[in-house]
Design a protein around this ligand. Structure first.
Ligand code: NI
Length: 158
């Protein structure tokens, strides 16, 4: 079990594009495991490798609610449909939340942690999380896309 340090707002790495993973090897699997430990430790829904300082196209998502954990490597969004306006946050922007428009459904092709090709058909929160994390791989963060006037800053309880 290894918790990795989460890069926060203002860190330039969050604006950089992540590179495709060439070979899904033990090093990538170790990264995936650490990312899962980290997202669970901080009660997040998802995490992209760039958020722990690694510019590789690796995402983990755990929306809970009986949905399996998703490991998504080299994702390619093949289609989106519908829209949903949802509340969103990000472990790199602790205490900031806002409303954002995301597709209601998304279909994504990727590799899993064994390098196997997978396809995920997602709706609702899972679709939202996939879009949020794929944005991270493109160097984009949710705070730049929130609906004007909906940003909320929640003071951490001390
Ligand atoms: Ni995020």
């Amino acid at each position: 079990m290894a918790i990795r340090m989460i890069r926060k707002e203002g860190d330039e790495i969050l604006t950089k594009k992540s590179k495709k993973v060439e070979i899904v090897d033990d090093k990538i699997r170790e990264l995936v495991k650490d990312m899962l430990d980290t997202v669970h430790k901080y009660d997040g829904v998802g995490l992209a490798a760039v958020q722990v300082g690694i510019l590789k196209q690796v995402i983990v998502i755990d929306v809970g609610d009986g949905e399996p954990v998703h490991v998504i490597i080299n994702p390619e969004i093949v289609s989106t449909s519908g829209k949903q306006v949802v509340e969103e946050g990000c472990l790199s922007f602790p205490n900031k939340f806002g409303k954002i428009e995301r597709p209601e459904k998304v279909r994504v092709k990727a590799l899993d942690e064994n390098g196997k090709k997978i396809e995920i058909k997602a709706t609702g929160l899972l679709a939202q999380a996939i879009c949020h994390e794929v944005d991270h791989l493109n160097g984009e963060v949710f705070i730049d896309k929130i609906i004007p006037g909906t940003l909320e800053y929640i003071n951490p309880e001390k």
